[in-house]
Design a binder for this molecule. Sequence first.
Ligand SMILES: O=C(O)CCC(=O)C(=O)O
Length: 264
Amino acid sequence: MLSEKDVAAFIADGYIAVRGAMPAEVARACHDVIWSEIEKHGVRRDDRSTWTSPVVRVSCPEGGPFVDAGTARPLQEACDQLLGPGRWWRRQGVGGTIPVRFPSEEDPGDAGWHLDGGYAGPDGSRRTNVRARGGGLLALFLFSDVDDDSAPTRLRRGSHRDVARILAPAGDEGLEQDEAMWQRIDQASAHRPTVLATGRAGDVYLCHQLLVHAASWPHRGQVPRVMAQPSVVLLGEYRLPGLPVASSSPAEQAIQGCLTEVPP
Ligand SMILES: O=C(O)CCC(=O)C(=O)O
């Protein structure tokens, strides 16, 4: 269970690290299966000469140890606490993509500040609204140990509030995820401190869906960084505004104070 202090930190900072969210042996078993997927891309685990690209992306496999990872009790309890029991999809697995980052000095080309999640608008464009339609939390599942040197994800602490202020006036439709939106979000949150999502295999960071984050480079560690980054999906959306704070979830409370108005 998250403590009251953890929940308060999530509301203020927009993320919380759930240390040991899944057992180390589950993280190891997932890591092995992920390697069998990476090897399909011609990259061999035991041959560093094949580690030629700074990043290789694979879809997170399903079944087996991924069910144990995604349904680990500390993780489910934390999601209940942050989103509300019965309000999110209890996925029998992890999901999302896994950007595996290899030791390299090369710019991977995918390290810009952004948000994950969003939804497909009527014209097929990808959009994000303040109610986090299509998402709820961004989860970072660490399947390898991640230190400062091994390309940890960068998080802008408190940036979920900057994003909520940008998205709220755009109402239910929200904004299209285009270059202009990424620039606005980057500029509005540039003053926020950067935190590195480091930890041990088995840790999971639970982030507010509107938290601004980015990959990092170079990777000067010894071993590839292996992390999945699915959304924990709400059955519905953030309920904003108009709810008394006492009945809203911490994910909702985290941005409620930033909204003067959310057009329907
Ligand atoms: O690899 C990372 O550290 C983060 C990548 C990311 O945020 C993304 O692909 O959306």
